[in-house]
Design a protein around this ligand. Structure first.
Ligand SMILES: [Zn+2]
Length: 561
């Protein structure tokens, strides 16, 4: 019986597996599972060099080190009951500490350092418990999993940043946090053409710090620099390792919000505190995103959907995490603004972050459109609507950026979508067509999204803030034109191929294919040319958006890129 050697990558790490071709498939799977250090309930995905998923079995085609397969762990089913298994409740310890802290604050007026230290230790220990599958050699993990049959997937632990990474980024940030940025960089930071891909995590934190300084918030709202730095680091810590909704996305949305602030002079038009709310909301708006959208949360009945009763589970969670961070005195950038102002900031941030749920898109946009003709900057309701629109624009603004900046984001988004739809297929859950690697095509999806969602939103804000037109609305029109041209070209290519095939079939040069449904959609490569949706965010309702509510805007102007 022959022996096979299979070369594959786990992340960037090359591995190779050797097994006989008569090995049971389960043994082969276990071998790959061990290489990925995956738990027994994790889902493994193996991609061939073309980016297609292949079955992990003894029948795998042999390859060479130059054509490795790629192995990914896409999800883990957690236990949630580990603490119970260990005989005590960590949550209880946390609660008791919190009560103790409050009591001490009441008695002495401030929290002593020893309580912070205790809290930190509890948090640290809790994280260790939550990632205990890495200690599976102790046998603990397997035992607990076997007893826990919860079908609710739980992704957070695996997505979280490792302590090593946190330490590394914090070290770097500590080294550079006092660096004075040049005028050129500060100027560039105000432009929508800013290229996020050039900056590391610690540098992005420094840039965000500069936003608060240059808007004069640190002075006006007495934000102490160490507290701002702690806040930004905590924010960084709470963005997950997911392909799209990560810390880079947080930075991009914040930077676009910041750019719009300068371009349209929003501080003068709307007020400083409103801009403070919008920038901070942008920074916090996707905190702890698990990489699976609201539709998944609801369909899979996840912990978040249960907690928030299916009502914007993700956005409620992002917002809750934001205020949990701000609740820590050493991270509370609003601690010197006074009670009334804090109330206003909290209300505003909740409204802004919840507005990023695309399920609310039409409702918010229609309300905004109805007030634009008589917009009154002294009307609180009008300002509140404009704030929601601004953060929505910033959130889906990738297409307003230069192509070399926006294009990689499309791959990131697709990877996240495809991960989700793969898991949905495995779990027997509904799959949205725009997330399905078998159905999505780049240009048609981009065209539809830009034409029916993005452009109406951007043009409506352009009516009120015409200064944005040249910088962020015109580029979107050009992107639409570009993708429309691409869609036409692909359509033409498909037509030619069909005709050619028919001719060859008629001439007996190729076999006839019995098509049952008339579908000619090809399988799509993960990073291939035909695979794209769009660079939006929160796609829950993309398929629900009524196409008829928007008039056709087929006369798109601008040159193809
Ligand atoms: Zn977002």
């Amino acid at each position: 019986m022959s022996t096979k050697v299979i070369y594959f990558l786990v992340g960037d790490r090359p591995e190779q597996a050797e097994f006989r071709s008569d090995f049971p498939a389960d043994d082969v799977k276990d071998c790959f599972r061990a290489a990925a250090e995956a738990g027994p309930h994790d889902i493994l995905k193996l991609y061939n060099i073309k980016g297609n998923i292949v079955n992990i079995s003894q029948k795998l085609d042999e390859n060479t080190p130059d054509t490795p397969y790629k192995l990914e762990v896409v999800a883990s089913h957690g236990t949630g009951t580990l603490a119970e298994q260990l005989g005590f409740d960590i949550q209880d310890v946390e609660n008791r500490l919190e009560v103790l802290e409050k009591k001490i604050i009441v008695d002495s007026g401030e929290t002593p350092g020893v309580v912070y230290e205790l809290k930190h230790k509890v948090e640290h220990f809790k994280e260790k418990l939550e990632s205990v599958e890495h200690l599976s050699w102790l046998g603990l993990f397997k035992e607990v999993v076997a007893e826990s049959q919860s079908r609710l997937p739980f992704f957070r632990r695996r997505l979280r940043k490792s302590e090593e990474e946190q330490r590394r980024v914090l070290e770097k940030f500590n080294k550079i946090k006092h660096v004075q940025l040049t005028d050129d960089v500060r100027e560039y930071l105000r432009k929508p053409v800013f290229d996020n891909w050039q900056w590391e995590d610690a540098e992005m934190m420094l840039l965000m710090q500069q936003m608060y300084i240059d808007l004069d918030f640190t002075t006006k709202y007495n934000i102490e620099m160490p507290i701002l730095q702690n806040f930004l680091f905590e924010v960084f810590r709470h963005y997950n390792h997911v392909p799209f909704h990560n810390f880079k996305h947080c930075f991009c949305v914040s930077q676009m919000m910041y750019g719009m602030t300068w371009l349209a002079d929003l501080c003068s038009l709307m007020g400083d505190i409103e801009v403070l709310i919008m920038i901070t909301s942008a920074i916090c708006h996707d905190l702890d995103h698990p990489g699976y959208n609201n539709a998944y949360q609801v369909n899979a009945r996840t912990e978040l959907a249960l907690r928030y009763n299916d009502i914007s589970p993700l956005e409620n969670h992002h917002c809750s995490v934001a205020f949990q961070i701000l609740e820590k005195p050493h991270c509370n950038i609003f601690k010197n603004i006074g009670h009334e102002r804090f109330k206003k900031v909290r209300e505003g941030m909740i409204r802004c972050i919840l507005a990023t749920d695309m399920a609310k898109h039409s409702e918010i946009l229609n309300k905004f459109k109805s007030v634009v003709p008589e917009f009154d900057y002294s009307n609180k309701d009008h300002i509140s609507l404009l704030m929601q629109i601004c953060i929505k624009v910033a959130d889906i603004s990738n297409e307003a950026r230069p192509m070399d900046v926006s294009d990689p984001w499309i791959d990131c988004l697709l990877t996240e979508f495809f991960n989700q739809s793969d898991v949905e297929k495995l779990e027997g859950l509904p799959v949205a067509p725009f997330m399905d690697r078998e159905k999505v095509t780049k240009p048609s999806s981009q065209t539809g999204f830009i034409r029916f969602v993005l452009l109406p939103l951007f043009e409506s804000i352009g009516l009120l803030l015409p200064k944005l037109d040249e910088h962020i609305i015109e580029p979107v029109r050009k992107a639409l034109n570009y993708y429309s041209e691409m869609a036409k070209a692909m359509e033409e290519e498909k037509r030619k191929k069909t005709e050619n095939d028919k001719t060859r079939q008629a001439n007996g040069e190729m076999p006839k294919i019995n098509s049952t449904n008339g579908s000619t959609t090809p399988a799509i490569k993960q990073n291939g040319d035909a695979a794209i949706s769009n660079a939006t965010d929160k796609k829950v309702v993309r398929t629900n958006l009524s196409m008829s509510k928007v008039g056709g805007s087929s006369n798109v102007r601008g040159n193809p890129k």
